[in-house]
Design a protein around this ligand. Structure first.
Ligand SMILES: N[C@@H](CC(=O)c1ccccc1NC=O)C(=O)O
Length: 308
């Protein structure tokens, strides 16, 4: 192709040409919410999460604050369908909040519609910054997945879902070395919702005040850079990359480019069945808030993937 526009091709790394202010803006999801002001969007998100969690704890069979490790913050909440069986699909959720906010206690959005269909839902806590470093969070999340496999060896598949920073943590599980954990989890699917997969730009935003990532930390923890060398977990494991229509251009680029590097490592070793979806008419927060509803598009995609 020739550049005849005079404008030039968009850079492969457009963020490197952005002013500090523009970069900050691109990586501040609440500023891209159109239905509400930024602060109200964050308040609403947390309120919906708290309400869903209160409801889930009051109405579902659950095991709360179950330790997956010795650390104080290493706990999961497990919510079960009515029928008692351990041979269930397990859906693990890693909350977002730029690795420095959020908790499992306000993140049980999808418990109601998924448990109603026979899926056990596990909401995972990890030590957010400044207490936890990113390397530590990745290790914690890895141990939480190994824990679920060990505790429920007859599971009908483990599905990992993360939102935003949590989608990054979920994607890092594509790179995990399970031999160190004495178990190979029965991973059947990944739902990566409005994620960040190349962490380098984050280093230059205010998010890094709490995170304190060096460039090396960011690169080591960027699935975008590492996933091409990863072993496919299972030839039929699904990887769904989703982004909201109203997410910022940088968030769109992050999801699209991660999806683009996924099928590259197929060759003859098996492949991840990857797909990419831009969800219509939702922003960075609604995309998860809407998981409280059974007839929402993403809820339906998740259920179809689990029960295909
Ligand atoms: N300070 C950020 C908050 C944020 O990014 C966020 C909040 C809740 C859940 C996910 C988020 N984004 C990524 O992890 C903002 O104003 O958008």
């Amino acid at each position: 192709m020739m550049d005849v526009s005079g404008v030039g091709f968009p850079s492969k790394v457009p963020w490197k040409k952005m002013s500090a202010e523009e970069l900050e803006n691109q990586y501040c999801p609440s500023r891209w919410v159109v239905r509400l002001g930024a602060e109200e969007a964050l308040r609403t998100y947390s309120q919906i999460g708290i309400e869903a969690t209160t409801r889930a704890r009051a109405t579902r069979k659950s095991l709360l604050h179950v330790p997956y490790g010795d650390g104080e913050g290493e706990k999961v909440d497990i919510y079960f369908p009515d029928e008692s069986s351990e041979a269930l699909p397990f859906f693990l959720f890693f909350h977002g909040g730029y690795w420095q906010s959020g908790s499992k206690d306000e993140s049980a959005f999808m418990v109601d519609p998924l448990t109603a269909q026979g899926v056990a839902v596990v909401i995972v806590a990890y030590d957010i910054a400044p207490k936890g470093t990113l390397d530590h969070m990745v290790d914690q999340v890895t141990r939480s997945v190994a824990f679920v496999q060990k505790r429920y060896p007859s599971n009908k598949g483990i599905y990992l879902c993360g939102h935003s920073a949590g989608a990054h943590l979920a994607a890092m599980m594509l790179l995990a070395d399970w031999t160190k954990h004495g178990v190979t989890p029965n991973l059947r699917g990944f739902f990566l919702v409005s994620g960040v997969f190349d962490l380098e730009p984050i280093v230059y935003t205010s998010q890094n005040v709490a995170l304190q990532l060096t460039l090396e930390d960011a690169q080591r923890n960027s699935p975008q850079l590492k996933v091409a060398q990863a072993q496919p977990v299972d030839p039929t494991c699904r990887v769904l990359v989703v982004v909201g229509q109203f997410d910022s251009p940088e968030f769109h680029r992050q999801s699209w480019e991660f999806y683009q590097v996924l099928p590259a490592q197929t060759l003859c070793q098996g492949e991840w069945k990857a797909s990419f979806e831009e969800l219509h008419d939702v922003d960075h927060f609604e995309i998860v808030e809407n998981l409280i509803q059974k007839d929402n598009v993403l809820t339906q995609i998740i259920l179809k993937t689990i029960f295909q």
